[in-house]
Design a protein around this ligand. Structure first.
Ligand code: ARG
Length: 563
């Protein structure tokens, strides 16, 4: 039984307002002593020509109280206190019977979502910012899929642009083949940096780089082969990271994929009369929108990042007929996406309103040590490995007997990093700190994992209860609060989709774990007052574990059974 619906039904029986409307007005009171649901009577005052307070107290007398412990009026509010036993039974039985599907619905069925995330650049390090995009994108994929949306996972690789001409030039001059095979990106980065240093002394290098890129654009064999090799080797390295994170994509259509789709876009823009000359470059003026022009073609005729994004947006609409097209990219590209979406709109594509830039903040490090490894950039693979190693140390210290330490360290260590990324509002910057991130208490991945493993260990020891239990035994404040939290899982998911914000699910799972620990610390399960209470509490533990595991899965984090 859905209590919110029941509340709406009971109210609607007494007033002239359809159930759905009533439901919209129902609130969750800020304090437990104000009940579980509240109905504010203000909006009825006008039609009923009575004060909200009077309406509340009259309703209180008339209303059918079945299924509720009590219904009270408090000023203009009508407060509903659910029958705790019925509520516990409904909620826990639903969680346990639905299992890994608990929280899932199919409200998004039939809706396609083009979901772009990660999108690292070939021949460049997969850095901490790309992990931000990867973690958010992967989580949005899991969250939206859980509600039946059909997400198409896109990796918009940065695999095109003048930098590849420079890289080819650098390759021909300075590459160390052995290093390239062994540590591709490190080597490509080394020669790329060298190119820039050398070009400062010898500007003709820039010219050479431009020439190579032109050859590449014209499909010349030698340059194309080199570029393909850079791409293949880079992808191999990225793939290792994706495997560690358990992240997948449906398509790796990078920027180069749109090479042959841009002429049509430029033509379309021109036809709509939007193309303006600006010092030899072709641009779309966006003065009316208080934005600098969107550059479509550079003065040398080369297309750029923005043109490829316009082509990609149109391609995605035509190919996936999306309901929403989501771009998980750092906030520093906000202006770029505003320009793209506005240009699309000017071109007459009304669906530009369905394109959403999902931005995120910067990543900083409190541990100095982190930023100096392998030069100035932090390689993500190193970061993840370090997290696994550090987690391993903690495990060895806390639970030396644990059998599958490696697997646990991997899941918990990587989970800790991902959790850190998804913990706060995505637009907030992250300050990375090992101590904080790997702590077993506080709002961390390991804390959640540990709570789950603790629950599982109780269930292993005492066994799950199959028979019907006496839910009236779960009447303490802590038990009831936890059950209420478990009941709110789908609400949290829905809200997080609404805001395209995984942190809502992260905060939710933190609430579950905190509620669980409060309950567990105050109410013994092994030494419960009586057998019936013990059984009821075991049901609560079982349901809690299911919800924690499901919620972690939505964040892209795997729970461990023992730790
Ligand atoms: N490769 C870009 C970068 O590393 C991100 C690509 C963003 N996506 C897009 N459609 N422009 O900054």
């Amino acid at each position: 039984m859905d209590f919110k619906k029941l509340v709406a039904e009971r109210i609607s029986e007494n007033i002239e307002l359809p159930i759905e409307k009533v439901e919209e007005f129902i609130e969750i009171p800020p304090k437990a002593d104000m009940g579980d649901f509240a109905f504010p009577c203000f909006q009825l005052a006008k039609t009923l020509r009575k004060s909200p307070n009077a309406i509340a107290s009259e309703l209180k007398e008339k209303i059918n109280k079945d299924g509720f412990e009590k219904i009270e009026s408090l000023g203009p509010y009508l407060n509903f206190f659910v029958d705790k036993e019925v509520f516990a039974k409904n909620t826990l039985e639903k969680v346990i019977s639905e299992g890994e599907k608990y929280g899932h619905t199919n409200v998004g069925e039939g809706k396609n979502v083009a979901l772009e995330y990660s999108s690292p650049n070939i021949a460049k390090p997969f850095h901490v910012g790309h992990l931000f995009s990867t973690a958010i994108g992967n989580s949005l994929y899991k969250i939206m899929s859980s509600q039946g949306y059909n997400c198409i996972r896109l990796n918009h690789l940065g695999d095109w642009g003048t930098q590849f001409g420079k890289l080819i030039s650098a390759y021909k001059r300075w590459v160390d083949e052995e290093a390239l095979e062994k540590e591709t990106i490190k080597e490509l980065l080394r020669i790329y940096v060298k190119f820039h240093d050398e070009a400062e002394k010898d500007p003709s290098l820039e010219e050479e780089g431009r020439r190579y890129f032109k050859n590449l654009e014209e499909g010349s064999e030698e340059e194309t082969k080199l570029w393909e090799r850079f791409k293949e080797l880079s992808l191999k390295e990225f793939d290792r990271v994706y495997k560690m994170l358990n992240v997948e994509f449906d398509y790796y259509n990078g920027e180069s994929f749109y090479g042959d789709k841009m002429d049509a876009v430029v033509e379309e823009i021109d036809k709509k009369g939007l193309l303006t000359d600006s010092n030899g470059a072709k641009v779309v003026m966006l003065d009316d929108y208080n934005m600098p022009p969107c550059i479509i073609k550079k003065s040398d005729g080369a297309t750029i990042y923005a043109t490829r994004d316009l082509a990609a947006a149109i391609y995605r609409k035509n190919t996936y007929d999306f309901y929403k097209s989501i771009y998980v990219v750092g906030l520093e590209q906000s202006l770029h996406f505003k320009q793209i979406f506005t240009t699309l709109k000017l071109m007459g594509h009304e669906w530009a309103d369905d394109c959403k830039h999902i931005g995120f903040g910067l990543v900083r490090f409190s541990d100095k040590k982190l930023s100096t490894r392998r030069g100035e950039v932090i390689f993500l693979e190193d970061l993840l490995k370090e997290s696994i190693d550090k987690t391993m140390e903690v495990i060895k210290e806390k639970n030396a007997e644990l059998e599958n330490k490696e697997e646990v360290a991997e899941k918990v260590g990587i989970g800790a990093v991902v959790f850190t990324y998804l913990k706060n509002n995505r637009e907030r910057d992250i300050v990375f700190s090992w101590n904080e991130m790997l702590s077993f208490d506080g709002e961390t991945g390991p804390y959640i994992q540990y709570s789950y493993a603790r629950g599982k260990s109780i269930l292993r020891k005492l066994g799950t209860v199959c028979e019907e239990v006496d839910y009236s035994k779960l009447s303490s404040k802590e038990e009831f609060e936890l059950i209420k939290t478990l009941e709110g899982f789908n609400n949290a998911i829905t809200y997080s989709i609404d805001k395209l914000e995984p942190s809502i699910v992260t905060r939710y799972v933190i609430d579950v774990a905190k509620g669980f620990n409060k309950f567990y610390n105050l109410h013994s399960i092994i030494n419960a007052e009586d057998e019936e209470t013990k059984k009821a509490r075991l049901k609560l533990v079982e349901a809690t574990c299911i919800v924690i595991k499901n919620a972690l899965a939505l964040l892209g984090i795997e729970a461990v059974e023992k730790m």
